[in-house]
Design a binder for this molecule. Sequence first.
Ligand code: LMR
Length: 329
Amino acid sequence: YIGFHLNHKEQQMAFDDDQSGIQKQIVIKFSHVVAENTPKGLAAQKFADLVEQKSDHRVKVEVFPNGSLYTDKEELDALKSGKVQMIAPATSKLGGVSSKWQVLDLPFAFPTESAINEGLNGDIGKSLLASLEQQNIKGLGFWVNGLKQITNKDHAIIKPNDFKDEKFRIMSSVVLKKQFELLDGQSKPIDFNETYRNLESGNVTGEENTISNIYSKKYYRVQDYMTISNHGFLGYAILMNEDYWHSLPLKVRVLIQNSINETVQWNQDHYRTMNKEQLRLIKKESNIQIHELTPYEKQKWIEKLNPMYKQYEPIAGRKLISDIRHLQR
Ligand code: LMR
């Protein structure tokens, strides 16, 4: 896994060294915006449990879900300034830290789930996490939520033309804004936990998200149509304040990275089934009309959105674009 590695001898030293022992309980605050019963919510809780167990309760991770400590607008600054020690924002929200991150928002960036793993665990993931270092942020790894779908009101969205006259809530990302522009739709960046209200009031008519977020935040109750399009990626960078990271005893850093690595594996094993199960629940609990794009229909979306790759090349650089393109072959 990406992140922090020690060779065998260093690990041995860390655990043998009494000086690195933990004198008093260390408390790490971990803020995130989603519900608990989601790929990120559960991974964060699992991480907290593992750390507590491995450290024999000497390191405690306090998890604050649903934006109860910081909203998605606030959490990055709170991390950089050390008000909170850990967050795991959607990669889409890191474009302001380094524009490289925007590459993961390109339409159909990851055509399959195995492409997601290859991308995040390979050169793409490494270069993205490394780009955070100048900003006092330590990247520990990635969790995945899955691929995004479209929900909206009034009419089914099947062809690229169907986006016209609809206004979509987006995460704050220039690439996502551009995506809806190309589709002749409008968009508005809105905080994740404000989205339900904005959909309900009609301030926006649609949004894009994973099944897991659509289900756990109940968007399906205030939307009439859902298109299974798998057109975009939603995943998370697991981040810690870097000064804080370096202030931790080596033993604790090892324990944290090992626990993260376990949750990364757990997340990979579970995010698909969670989204599948919650799609079943959406169908059971509502009358939302669901259309799954046929390969032909999807191809029309791909063609319409394709120019974004060329437009984005000067920002991301040739290498990153060609790495992403490589995964799509
Ligand atoms: C969103 O704002 O839609 C997502 O980033 C929320 C999340 O963290 O999954």
